[in-house]
Write a protein that binds this ligand. Structure first.
Ligand SMILES: *Cc1c(COP(=O)(O)O)cnc(C)c1O
Length: 228
């Protein structure tokens, strides 16, 4: 579905739902960044969403992110990287993405730190947590999160600003989101690192994520339509 009026309508509905969820949680909607996940959608879909006011785009494959960012990068558009990051793609992705949501090893942290130093700028990242211990998903175990956050934050040029998760898909998303927020609170207290960002919630559960403190929601289908 790349019809631009359809994308604009879907986007308006999702934004309204984000604002409603924020108000219901006594939160300022401005605290929440809506990221449109455009993976496997053509560039025209991103252009349509940008024209309708969306400013944050998420991609989960490095090559796809790089291709799209090379073709469409108007002022104000921010790309986020939300997939597994291979070392050999790290430099280019770090150049294009304003935030890497998927830091999940000390090896990758060291690589990003080196890149940041070589390129003379800061690289921002979230530690990805694998809450359900699922083999198909990236991320560190909850009880390994503090150690990675502490070690990564100590590297120069790399800034760890929060946590990200794709919890198991079940009927209690809110419990998973609450656990991630509580983990963030514990890790921040333990390490002394400010971790203001929580990247959690997708098309089917972003309202629950906002209720539990999400600051970044990653919404694909609800904005861009089903993927083939
Ligand atoms: C695809 C994807 C999303 C968006 O999923 P929808 O269910 O289409 O909203 C969010 N986060 C990550 C990491 C993804 O890969």
């Amino acid at each position: 579905m790349t019809d631009s009026s359809e994308i604009a309508e879907r986007l308006a509905r999702v934004r309204a739902a984000v604002a409603t969820a924020a108000r219901e949680a006594n939160r300022d909607p401005a605290e929440i960044t809506l990221i449109g996940v455009s993976k496997r959608k053509p560039l025209a879909a991103i252009e349509a969403a940008f024209a309708a006011g969306l400013r944050d785009i998420g991609e989960n494959h490095a090559d796809e992110l790089l291709e799209k960012a090379a073709a469409f990068a108007p002022d104000g558009l921010r790309y986020h990287f939300i997939g597994r990051l291979a070392s050999r793609r790290a430099r280019k992705v770090a150049r294009q993405a304003m935030l890497i949501h998927t830091l999940d090893s000390l090896r990758l942290a060291r690589k990003l730190s080196l890149i940041a130093q070589e390129e003379g700028r800061e690289v921002r990242a979230l530690v990805q947590v694998n809450q359900g211990g699922e083999a198909t998903k990236g991320g560190v175990a909850p009880d390994a999160t503090a150690a990675l956050a502490r070690a990564a934050a100590a590297l120069s040029g790399l800034r760890v600003v929060g946590l990200m998760s794709i919890p198991p898909f079940d009927d209690r998303p809110r419990d998973w989101f609450r656990q991630l927020r509580q983990l963030r609170d514990v890790v921040a207290a333990e390490t002394g690192i400010a971790l203001p960002e929580l990247s959690m919630g997708m098309s089917h559960d972003f309202a629950e994520a906002i209720a539990e403190g999400a600051t970044l929601v990653r919404v694909g289908t609800a904005i861009f339509g089903a993927r083939d």
